[in-house]
Design a protein around this ligand. Structure first.
Ligand code: SF4
Length: 368
């Protein structure tokens, strides 16, 4: 049975290898030797796959122009899982990318019923300010709201001429009760991805979209449609990279709507402590057993926090792994270390956020 990927669903894909085969996604690690200064997300295989990334890599290596397209859906609070994409944007910005950052307020309205006014406030105060506090230079990004971009909406309509309902239903599983905004929304998403290649936005150039694998249907549709409009727009087919989503603290998907699954960037020290203390681990039922047999970091949500965010230094990460596997460190101790690192990181982050929020508001006022 084919694997269905649902960009609006809540399941974590279990078998990435099978998904890669089924959807023609290539292993990212094969490109590592050519990548200048790869970051820890690339080296630790958190970015595990790509489609056609060589085109973008060639541009990076040759110092040519390229685009990174990304979006944020302002529907909840920002958590550490979201930071994963920002770390990638910062890396690309350091390598000369033209970054297009779309506030997906049409998607928030269509999929979650968030009003445009609430979207704006959330996008600016919760997301853009945090992005800047994390180190992204917003002044060097093309930031726009979907609802206010005539170019994106016009392109979505033009492109939709060569897409039919059967195709959309086959990709997304739409049914009779699906509302029309939900059915049309993928066309907006495709237009987001392709519009940086319109002449008025810089013309055709390599474009990469860093996503979780759940977003792949949009990417495949964007490539198919780009090919159908070659004659009119001369689009280069967009490339994509795929990262493993940071799993939730309790075992399931990290989600803004389930506070116990995620550490939010605005959490207090007390909330951080409670959430990490309650997190699912790869430890043994008793301390004595763990000292004797060791723990299993591959099943542990706390270890994932170290891998994704808390310990970018490989040596320190390996040390935690060894201490866990040998039973020399048990979960209570290990969690205390993660809590201390997370609280330290977020204390610094909160100070940067305070400085960033005014700038984000000022910037948003100037946006179309
Ligand atoms: Fe996880 Fe740390 Fe416990 Fe090992 S010792 S299972 S890494 S919390």
């Amino acid at each position: 049975m084919p694997i269905r990927i649902d960009p609006w669903g809540a399941a974590i894909p279990e078998n990435y290898t099978r998904l890669m085969k089924e959807f023609g996604i290539e292993p990212f690690e094969k490109l590592l030797p050519r990548i200048p200064d790869p970051n820890h997300l690339m080296q630790r295989k958190i970015i595990f796959g790509h489609r056609d990334f060589k085109r973008v890599l060639n541009a990076i290596v040759r110092g040519e122009k390229f685009v990174v397209m990304t979006g944020l859906m302002p529907s909840g609070r920002m958590h550490v899982g979201h930071k994963l994409v920002i770390d990638q944007l910062i890396w690309y910005q350091g390598h000369g990318a033209d970054i297009f950052l779309c506030v997906a307020d049409l998607e928030a309205y269509s999929a979650r019923g968030v009003s445009f006014e609430d979207s704006k406030k959330l996008a600016v105060e919760e997301y853009l300010a945090n992005y800047q506090a994390l180190g992204l230079d917003l002044e060097r990004c093309h930031i726009y709201f979907q609802s206010r971009s005539d170019a994106v909406r016009h392109l979505a309509f033009v492109l939709s001429k060569r897409v039919n309902f059967s195709e959309m239903r086959a990709i997304y599983g739409f049914a009779g009760e699906s509302n029309i905004s939900h059915i049309f929304y993928p066309m907006i998403d495709v237009a987001d991805i392709l519009h940086p290649q319109l002449e008025e936005f810089g013309g055709p150039r390599p474009t990469v979209v860093p996503v979780g694998i759940d977003q792949d249907p949009h990417l495949r549709l964007a490539r198919d449609i780009a090919a159908r409009f070659q004659k009119e727009f001369n689009f280069l087919l967009p490339s994509s990279t795929y990262h493993r989503l940071l799993p939730g603290l309790m075992g399931e998907k990290m989600s803004s709507s389930k506070p116990e699954t995620a550490v939010f960037l605005t959490d207090t020290d007390e909330e951080i402590r409670r959430k990490i203390k309650d997190a699912f681990t790869g430890g043994r039922p008793t301390a004595a057993e763990q000292r004797k047999y060791g723990g299993d970091p591959s099943k542990c949500r706390v270890y994932e926090l170290y891998v994704y965010h808390l310990l970018p230094d490989d040596e320190k990460l390996l040390e935690v792994r060894e201490l866990c596997k040998s039973g020399k460190m048990i979960c209570g101790e290990c969690k205390d270390r993660a809590i201390s690192l997370m609280c330290g990181f977020l204390k610094e982050h909160r100070a940067k956020y305070k400085r960033a929020v005014q700038n984000a508001k000022r910037l948003a006022e100037k946006l179309s």
